[in-house]
Design a protein around this ligand. Sequence first.
Ligand SMILES: Nc1ncnc2c1ncn2[C@@H]1O[C@H](COP(=O)(O)OP(=O)(O)O)[C@@H](O)[C@H]1O
Ligand SMILES: [Mg+2]
Length: 304
Amino acid sequence: MASLIEIRNMCKIYNPGENEVRALDHVSLSIGENEFVAIIGHSGSGKSTLMNMLGCLDVPTSGIYLLHGSDVSLMTDDELSDIRNQEIGFIFQGFNLISNLTAFENVELPLIYRGVSKRERSNLAKEALRKVGLENRMDHKPSEMSGGQQQRVAIARAIAQAPPVILADEPTGNLDSHSTKEIMNILKTLHSEGRTVIIITHDNDIAANAERIVHIEDGKITSDSSNDGNMSRDDIAREIRGNSTMYGNESDDDDTVTQESKDYPDSQTIMEANEINLSTEEKKDYPESEVVAENIDLHLNGEN
Ligand SMILES: Nc1ncnc2c1ncn2[C@@H]1O[C@H](COP(=O)(O)OP(=O)(O)O)[C@@H](O)[C@H]1O
Ligand SMILES: [Mg+2]
């Protein structure tokens, strides 16, 4: 299988020095085209850090990342943002939709930044929304939709330009079981259409949907197994236990995840993913003001 993603000996150290956190500790991982991989681990094990590396949202402290054979560490910021735009569709736990834009406008926004023409944008956004079953909700704002519908809008945004890789960090972490099933079915469909799907989760039930399960603990990969589709969450827990100390059903993990998203807000990541920079001041007051302002600007400048 062609190696789409090749990570060798990757380390990520936050706050180097006395209070340093070794979030990734010599991680090596290859992912081929059209794989469906779940990366699982306790909260704080380094999953989101790995996702940020995979998605070229952050750079490792050391180690190598080859994407399609190209060394990511040698790329300029512009090249990295091109890679993010063209190769990767991001999905986050918190949906990260812009509250005063409709579903259609949320899906369209990154396409505006990518310089796609108005007509083409409209086609791509509608097609993506149709794909996630929201053709009748295009003019709804996030507040007028359920969590599951909001996440479907976020998926439509991620897939509008058909990126070959989908990177999803705890995509069902805020959803009820019905919506979780819906979202997982959409991800399965995207995989069956030929995309590489990488999902990050602390939930063994979610991981059981993937063909391959990579377990990370304290920044290290402690197991990497294929899943024939018949694995239950207990099987997965057993598989992992064979390779590491303790892993089971974590009853308190959801709280921890909420706490974490407070500390490291995903909204900033998606902003970065969309190449939108807000000043700290604005972010505090109106998280999306600049984005909306720029969007309006584009409209006013006849782009629309
Ligand atoms: N921006 C950051 N600055 C400092 N420490 C961080 C940062 N992001 C994550 N960490 C720390 O790195 C470790 C791994 O975090 P993370 O990748 O978010 O784990 P997970 O997604 O598995 O919960 C944790 O100890 C976390 O506190
Ligand atoms: Mg995380």
